[in-house]
Design a protein around this ligand. Structure first.
Ligand code: GLU
Length: 518
């Protein structure tokens, strides 16, 4: 058989914001398609009108734009296999439902929800299948004429897939190998509902994958239980030769404990589970997003790529293009991948420090403005340069203090107010202040001020070469008290750097204020 063109699709249902697990699925599809020179299709599966959420489709598109995951075809991108929104493909599905009915591979059923409920109460583990279908109200028990009469009369019905028992169904999965189930465990799934004249997910998904010539279906593990049914549908249509190859990706697991990652884990531990912030119009609730939290898209991509796949080497940092080369779908793990969000923060730090200071400035400037500080891009870039390698302390939800490197632009602010604001007070309880401001300090600082005032060109080097010999000569160590005066506590960069940044006048003013106050 000639090699088939690789065509994959990402096919979300617009039921809300895209979960981070869905982003990982899209990413793996993208890597696979790009690696094999194939096409990446964006399809919207909106046949469940009850679960449709306005804005979800736009949200998903914006998320991928931000992340740099691109599509070749689909909703908003166009292409010759469209329309790509399932709600616009009713006529197509109707035809294929009819095809199964005509071939006797599907049948019409009239059972009302109440009747089905009653059955479920009567019969333990009730399943609509080869044995029970003969006790139900459908075209097999009512006969053709009666069925036609009821349909013509406008009675609501569904079309069910007729699954025959005793058949071995094999799913060939690129990650899991052969998954075999007996058809007996499957029920006669609903494929179409007359009530809204729409197919269910299963039918629309199979018909579209076929018509859009999808070669590989790469999706989350939660869809594995549906795969045998999908295989049977391909067979029922006579499409087994072009059935896509499946790959069911490992689940994303909670950072701690058992079970799959949920939004609650994120809320509890303080990390987003959505790529972008989402505003729920109904509840008014706002859920945080990676973008708004200050993550860089390349960090999110790198982090997600390694949740369920690894290159088998020590390499951890990958650009998107490097991932395209290195990714191997068959090396994905079967076992779930723990969502180590701390590692996500680490990735962000790695990418952020590699960015030149000027690229931090727009974000940093926003934060400063919110604090009422107006500065210049040059000054802000200087602060970033001085501070970006610093370590910060933070508390977790149990109030335990941890340390980590600056990993977000927003981490800077608490560490750097003194660059922009003179200390308002010198806390006498502050250990650093107490220890470094003694009785004779004021005199020493007056001497320092005098020396500083003589420097014409107030550069780091000029300050150093003036103050170092002077300190030596006087037998003083002025640095800590100098820091108290400029910062108000024991933080900040080298004194020469800080003074040069503040400028001569501001440096002297701050020393004067400290002498007066202390
Ligand atoms: N519409 C399904 C979803 O929301 C697609 C599943 C599949 O990829 O087959 O994930």
């Amino acid at each position: 058989m000639s090699e088939r063109r690789v065509r994959v699709r990402f096919a979300p249902s617009p039921t809300g914001p895209l979960h981070i697990g869905g982003v990982r699925t899209a990413l793996y599809n993208y890597l696979f398609a790009r690696q094999r020179g194939g096409d990446m299709v964006f399809r919207i599966e909106d046949t469940d009108s009850n679960r449709f959420v306005p804005g979800a489709e736009e949200y998903i598109i914006e998320s991928f734009k931000w992340l740099g995951i691109t599509f070749d075809e689909g909703v908003s991108f166009g292409g010759k296999y469209g329309p790509y929104r399932q709600s616009e493909r009713r006529d197509i599905y109707r035809k294929y439902v009819q095809q199964l009915l005509d071939a006797g591979k599907a049948y019409i059923a009239f059972d009302t929800p109440e009747e089905l409920d009653r059955k479920r109460q009567e019969v333990e583990n009730f399943q609509y299948d080869a044995t029970t279908r003969l006790t139900m109200r459908n075209s097999l028990t009512l006969g053709e004429e009666e069925t036609e009469r009821l349909v013509a009369q406008g009675e609501q019905y569904v079309v069910r897939f007729r699954i025959e028992p005793d058949e071995k169904v094999t799913v060939h999965d690129m990650i899991r190998g052969e998954v075999v189930v007996m058809s007996d465990i499957l029920d006669d799934k609903v494929l179409y509902k007359s009530a809204d004249d729409l197919p269910t997910y299963h039918l629309a998904n199979i018909v579209d994958d076929h018509l859009m010539e999808i070669s590989h279906v790469i999706r989350g593990e939660e869809w594995l239980p549906s795969a045998p049914l999908h295989v049977l549908l391909y067979k029922a249509f006579g499409w087994e030769d072009t059935m896509p190859q499946f790959a069911h990706l490992p689940l994303l697991l909670k950072p701690v404990g058992n079970g799959k990652l949920s939004k609650r884990d994120g809320d509890k531990l303080g990390f987003p589970v959505f790529p972008l912030q989402w505003h729920d119009a109904q509840s008014g609730q706002i859920s945080s997003g990676y973008r708004e939290k200050g993550y860089l898209p390349e960090a999110v991509i790198n982090f997600l790529a390694l949740l369920g796949w690894n290159p088998g080497t020590e390499q951890e940092l990958f650009t998107l293009n490097e991932l395209v080369k290195a990714f191997d779908i068959e090396k994905c793990s079967k076992a779930g991948a723990r969502f180590d969000y701390i590692k996500g923060i680490w990735f962000n730090q790695q990418y952020l420090v590699r960015r030149p200071a000027e690229e931090w400035v727009p974000e940093f400037d926003k934060i400063l403005r919110a604090e009422g500080i107006i500065s210049t891009p040059e000054k802000e870039a200087q602060v970033v340069e001085m501070m970006k390698m610093k370590v910060i302390e933070y508390k977790d939800n149990n109030n335990i203090v941890h340390k980590r490197n600056i990993s977000f632009v927003a981490d800077l602010w608490p560490l750097c107010r003194f660059f922009f604001q003179a200390p308002k007070e010198y806390d006498p309880q502050d250990k650093f202040v107490r220890k470094n401001w003694k009785e004779d300090t004021a005199d020493m600082m007056r001497g320092l001020m005098e020396k500083l005032s003589l420097i014409d060109d107030f550069t780091v080097d000029n300050i150093r070469t003036t103050i170092e010999p002077w300190a030596e000569e006087q037998g003083y160590r002025p640095w800590n008290a100098w820091r108290v005066a400029l910062v108000g506590t024991g933080q900040g960069p080298d004194m020469y750097e800080l003074s040069a940044f503040l400028g001569k006048q501001e440096t002297i003013n701050r020393i004067e204020s400290a002498i007066a106050a202390l």
